[in-house]
Structure formats: C-alpha cells, structure tokens
Design a binder for this molecule. Structure first.
Ligand code: ITT
Length: 191
C-alpha cells in the first residue's frame, strides 16, 4: 500500500512514516519528483492543507494527503498559527523559535497548542482530520530532537519538551499523531 504525502518537510515525513509502518509506504513530494513549492494562500490550516493535496491530485493524478500545522499561542491571539513556518519573516526553525521567545519575553500566560489538519483526497472526494495538543511554552529551548517549536513546547502532563522526547513518544501524543490516527482509521474502514 502506497500513500502520497504532499510535504517537503523531512521531519513530518519521518513522523508519518513511523506512524504508518509497516502497512503503508509513504512517498513525499521529493519522492514523486515534485519540486514545486506549493503556495499556501489560505486563511486556515484546512484551506492550506487542501491546497497542497489538490495541487498533487491535479498535477500528478494520484490520491494523496497533506498536513498543515502550527503553533497557536493564547497570549498572542493564536499566532503564529498558519504562519508558523515563516513567523520571523523567513523559513528557518531556529529563527522562528527565537522570534517567538522574544515576543513572549515577560509574558506570564504560557498556554499554547499545536494543531494539525490533514486533507485527504481519495477517489475525488475530500476529507479532513484534525489533531490538537495543549501545553506550555518554556522560556528557554530544551532538547535536540524533533523540529520547529518542539524545544520550547512542553505538553500538559509532562515535564519535558517535545524535543526531549524520542520520536516514538512524541508520536503517542502529538497533534500530528492524533490527526494521523483518524486518517488511518478512515483508510482502514474502506478495506
Ligand atoms: P509542508 O508545507 O511542505 O508540509 P512546512 O514545514 O511548510 O512543510 P507547514 O506549512 O504546515 O509545513 O508549517 C508548519 C510549521 O509549524 C513548521 O515549519 C513548524 O515551524 C511548525 N510545526 C508544525 N508541526 C510541528 C511539530 O510537530 N513540532 C514543532 N513545530 C511544528
């Protein structure tokens, strides 16, 4: 069973491969030879996820799913949200993380959540699956694993950040894993 995952993000690819193995083989945009940086011009995670999956279906004529995700910080009116990948003005996890920490300097309310919306297009029909995890923002990064804002995100009920977890542990609880489990359940219904 092969599934196309419309992402350029190697970390997302690894997490999703781990969640889908051994039943599904996951091909990302590089694997299908798509070098185009698909514009994410929507106003919501769902719209942006849909744009990525629609691009692949229209140009490669294969079913696929896409993940749009980000961090919503309560004290920042849910920023960076859909702008998570370029919050500092450019791409680059270290820059974005530093920019966010500066904005949060001295802010007491550290509540934040990660959100993923997956758009699946299967046989011309469109489906969405969502996952959310709530936590707190640290004032200093901690941990080397994961990507993006993982070093400053401590999920509620834990005293370590996502970046201090093994991928398997993050994959038990993360926003992406929750959305992926809904996708997997949906795919298995049909088989
Ligand atoms: P694709 O669009 O190609 O999938 P991307 O990195 O551009 O890759 P998004 O547009 O969905 O993905 O932006 C997601 C950003 O949100 C990502 O670059 C991180 O900064 C952050 N993010 C999402 N999921 C995360 C996670 O599990 N851990 C840490 N940061 C995450």
């Amino acid at each position: 069973n092969r599934l196309v995952f419309a992402t350029n993000n190697q970390h997302k690819t690894s997490e999703v491969r781990e969640l889908l193995k051994p039943n599904y083989q996951v091909l990302n945009l590089t694997d299908i030879g798509c070098e185009y940086d698909i514009p994410e011009t929507g106003d919501t995670f769902a719209e942006n996820a849909a744009l990525k999956s629609i691009y692949v279906v229209e140009n490669f004529h294969i079913d696929c799913f896409a993940d749009d995700s980000g961090l919503e910080v309560e004290a920042l009116n849910n920023e960076p949200g859909i702008y998570s990948a370029r919050y500092s003005g450019k791409r680059g996890d270290a820059e974005n993380l530093k920019f966010l920490l500066q904005k949060m300097d001295g802010v007491e309310n550290r509540n934040a959540r990660f959100k993923t919306v997956i758009s699946l297009i299967k046989n011309g029909e469109s489906y969405f699956f969502e996952g959310v995890i709530a936590g707190k923002l640290r004032t200093e990064p901690s941990g080397e694993k994961g990507f993006g804002y993982d070093p400053i995100f401590e999920p509620n009920g834990y005293n370590i950040t996502f970046a201090e977890m093994e991928m398997a542990e993050k994959n038990q609880i993360s926003h992406r894993a929750l959305a992926m489990r809904k996708l997997i359940a949906f795919l298995q219904q049909g088989t």
